[in-house]
Design a protein. Sequence first.
Length: 275
Amino acid sequence: MLKSPTSRSRGRTSPAAATPLRAAPARIPANDASARRASNRAVGDDHPIALLQAHSLPALVQREIERMILAGDLAAGAQVREAEVARMLGVSRGPVREAFRALEESGLVRLEKNRGVFVRQISVAEADDIFELRAVLDEFAGRRAAQNADASQAAELCALTDRMEKAVGRGDVDGYHSANVAFHDRIVQLAGNPKLTLLYRRLVNELHLHRRAALGQAGILPVSMREHRAIVEHIAARQAAAAGRALYEHAMASRDRVHRSRVDTSAAPRSRKAR
């Protein structure tokens, strides 16, 4: 059953969920500059009309479904029904269908003929394979980022670690997770290889549910925080080899944390039964 977007992410509802999506407004003639400026002033950047001007309707639907999956509102293996999503977001089924195809390409859902659309499930063995590949890509991205990043870009990474640290202080796993994703994505962008960015984002999408479970372990966030600080220090100092090595080790440590979280989860019912 499809859950409401706000059921597990209060305070983080996206514009697509908060307000029914509407058709884009009539186009303003290109030669009417004054009318265009007036229109731009009429609504804020977060208004649904402004969002629709900047993004296609299927892209907005895709973003909302992706948010629900990454927030855990849609669990691995859950079916995502086209009619339910269309009704919930106040759109026709066409944009939802297009969003599903894009989500399949990004690795978050699978489309099964005559059955429907399901959130992807990643086996332990497949997750291990992805972590190993991600570690190699992380090392490459870290080296290139350390070579390419200027002082302002290193400061961006530092600001993201500050966001993570504040989330740790609040015990906010969701806030930490969001800043963490942005941190690694920015490093990959700084590597300056668009093909790497596309491949990396798909791998990260496939690992999200596994990694979120691991982040819930007691004491994990401060450890992960120290690893991120070390990565930023190496990039800021333009220490390419050290930055790459730190990112590789961070990815493999994340894999180990996932394994420990699965062991802890599977052992918990037996412990309670024994007591």
